[in-house]
Design a protein around this ligand. Structure first.
Ligand SMILES: [Cu+2]
Length: 165
């Protein structure tokens, strides 16, 4: 009986709209979750730390890629010479630009934001097994000329985290 009061043509037009709304509705919430390989360059991290890569330690498979997202204004991306697996190619992103980097060699890579070098905006990417070069990086980062005091302090904490796993 209830079908009789809704003209067929009306139902045909409205139903697809309703279905469309249901499909689209969950997307805004979903889009806020970071992709599994996304590192955000942020002014303030979830724990309140200023100028950070989030997450500070990103784990991927060997040969996998990381999307470094220019989340806030004024950040850039650069690899740190000497703090990467042997034979790994250096890389560099533009300021305020998203940068996708493929990590071909297995091991630990240190990245930093040159604009916030002094405060120590550093991050780590682990491709596969970190033990390949973790001890090497722990031995060498304190004297690495590309790192500031602040960067060494923050990197020390991150490396300790990796080492204790
Ligand atoms: Cu920065």
């Amino acid at each position: 009986m209830e079908n009789a009061i809704v003209p067929r043509s009306f139902r045909l037009r409205v139903l697809p709209l309703l279905l469309g709304a249901l499909l689209i509705a969950p997307l805004p919430g979903f889009a806020q979750d970071a992709a599994p390989n996304e590192v955000r360059l942020m002014d303030k991290g979830p724990d309140g730390t200023n100028k950070v890569f989030v997450p500070a330690i990103m784990r991927i498979e060997v040969g996998g890629d990381v999307n470094f997202v220019a989340w806030d204004f004024g950040h850039d991306l650069t690899s740190v010479d000497g703090l990467a697996p042997a034979g790994a190619a250096p890389f560099k992103g533009y300021k305020n630009a998203d940068t996708n980097v493929v990590f071909e060699k297995e091991g630990v890579y240190v990245v930093q934001c040159a604009a916030h070098k002094e405060i120590g905006m550093v991050g780590i990417v682990v491709a596969g097994d970190p033990s390949v070069n973790l001890d090497d990086i722990i031995a060498n980062y304190p004297t690495n000329a590309a790192l500031s005091e602040g960067a060494r302090a923050r990197l020390g904490v991150l490396l300790e985290t990796l080492k204790s796993e």
